[in-house]
Design a protein around this ligand. Sequence first.
Ligand code: IVH
Length: 725
Amino acid sequence: MCNFYIVDINEYLPAPNFIGQSILMYTATQIQQQQTITSQFLQTGLADEASVDALLQLKDLLRFHEYRYYVLNDPLIADFEYDQLYKQLQDFEAKHPDLITPDSPTQRVGNSLNQSFQTVAHLVPMLSLDNSYNADDLIDFDRKARELSGTENISYCIEPKFDGASISLIYENDELIRAITRGDGVEGEEITNNIKQIRSIPLTAKFSNYGISQIEIRGEIIMTKSSFDKYNQFLTAQGNSPLANPRNAASGSLRMKDPKEVAQRNLDAFLYHVSYFQTTDGKPVEALSTHAGALQLLWDLGFRSPQKEKRVVQGIQPVIDYCLEFESKRDELPYEIDGMVIKVNSLEMQEKLGMTSHHPRWAIAYKFKARQATTRLRAIEFQVGRTGAVTPVAKLDPVYLGGVTVSSISVHNEEYIKEKDLQIGDHVLIERAGDVIPQIVKSLPDLRNGEETAIQFPKTCPVCNSELFKEETEAVWRCINIECEAQVVEKMIHFVSKDAMDIKSFGEANVRKFYELGYLKDIPGIYQLPYEKIGTLEGFGKKSLENLQSAIEASKLQPLHRLIYALGIRFVGETTAKTLANAVENIYDFISKDETALLELEDVGVKVAKSICHFFQNEQNIEMLHHLEAFGLQFKNIKKEATGVDSLGGQTFLFTGTLNKLKRSDAEEMVEKNGGKIMSGVSSKLNYLIVGEDAGSKLEKAKKINTIHIISEDEFLQLIQQNQS
Ligand code: IVH
């Protein structure tokens, strides 16, 4: 038999009264008090010579936040803020070891449990990881590991820190017999039936090939970004609120009563640690002498281990480099990670280094910059967009979040405000997920003091004062006055923008400035700016004026599809604009096209067709087009030079997942140059789906339609070559 850890389970059991019923009975006032204390500690920290009372207060505070996080799954502070508090206590205890008590949050593994599933013991306690935030922390970790192990140059294995819910799996005689949640680290809840719904977890695996009869494996249950989006779309289509982030979606799934619901969530799992094993002959397993070997073994047996993501290096500098490299790629990954985990590669050395009661000394987490924070919602501003939609924007106390200071966040519409239960004056938890747009995760109603006020949605346009309307099928209120100043300005900003007419050096600021000064009042005005007056403005030297003038001149040559997109017709995005441009000789042809004719076009549904007709039946719009034509803009559909002739013969293509050899935009251009068309979604009109790495819902949808050819990137390149030869 071979155990990695020789541990006395009792060491990890909670001390008496360590977490009792009292926490469950926190009153609203006590919760608010804790939050006030939290802010104080975050601002001032715990002084080296702090009183015993202050120390008790901090410990209590950490227990409170752990309870909110682990037990209630409803944190009141951001993870990063919790980590800061934890570190304050840790640093203090390091300086005053005589003040360490067994009930300190630093001296235990986790927290108490919900009782709805059967409680079972882990074979080996599930420890947490110590955290680091910068290169110095990592250098420090390496120094200690070198000192303790007596080794000059340590070999490390680095892998992502998956942002999900941790899990422990036990296989006996090649069969998955039990799956357990982390729980308090010593005991967790048995959730085997739910875990069996996760397809990346094998129900059987040939551990016997390695002589292993029993094994305990640790990992993380995650939801990919695409499954998360898809699941949220499903929820909202059913009139339910979307989930805040993939981590909540994964952890909330583990203890669901109905395993079928778990299956619906399309969860995934990364397995990254062998915590215990037994062999039939009691001999060690060669493959399990390093951590990288364990990942390889798991991979070979059909588990999703971070085999491809991991890197083994010598010494700490390449560790730092890899962490930074991965951090910069974070948004491109198909799943969320919140840092990297650095592990000493040799298991023998791991054993030698051992562990504290909280974490192993042979591993450390490198946490990426925080992308969650708490702040206050101070006001709601209502903004009018180019289609007249009135969007409420939350004005927040400025807070630093993942590299930027955030002070306003769109809160979409009235229903969203209700769902998130937002009030002016509320404390809110905000987050930047995979994309760059921050979101309000939730309000923290427990922290209200009675001075908060309800958000009143306006009845009239905040800019032009005309009455607002809302269609039954929509969540959005609109100003329908097309002369509304806000809409006019937003339309011009859209017209000059990069994806539209791409008038460089114009931009939002200039549109607003020229409008305010009366130099610009509508889209045709862009082509008759009073340059002599602009030249007298501060910041407009000769050179910048020339640049502006030539960018405006150049935009006259932009192809028709850009002009169509730039007109800002509702529901007409870039792809539809291309389809429309290809369907006519001249933009005026749309005046005579009715809905039925438009519906024949790819990607054009009823809503889009109605909107296009509406635009081209409007006299003011036609007058605007006449003006633009007089200025020499491109109204004709100039067919592309046929390079590879029309070899793809109008066949339709769509790309999904990450391409390895081509940039997505280049691949799409290749299709178009060869006479093919790009589609925006999977439908029976699609001929080819080109599948890159980590393809998601589009692939699943395409598999259900027999007529679609599903091909790889290489096959796509062959197809293009064949057609060109
Ligand atoms: S190793 C004894 N590796 O992070 C060491 N943990 O903050 C066991 N986590 O509880 C953990 N990715 O849930 C390890 N590649 C990874 C991880 C990882 C995510 C989680 C895990 C752990 C938590 C510690």
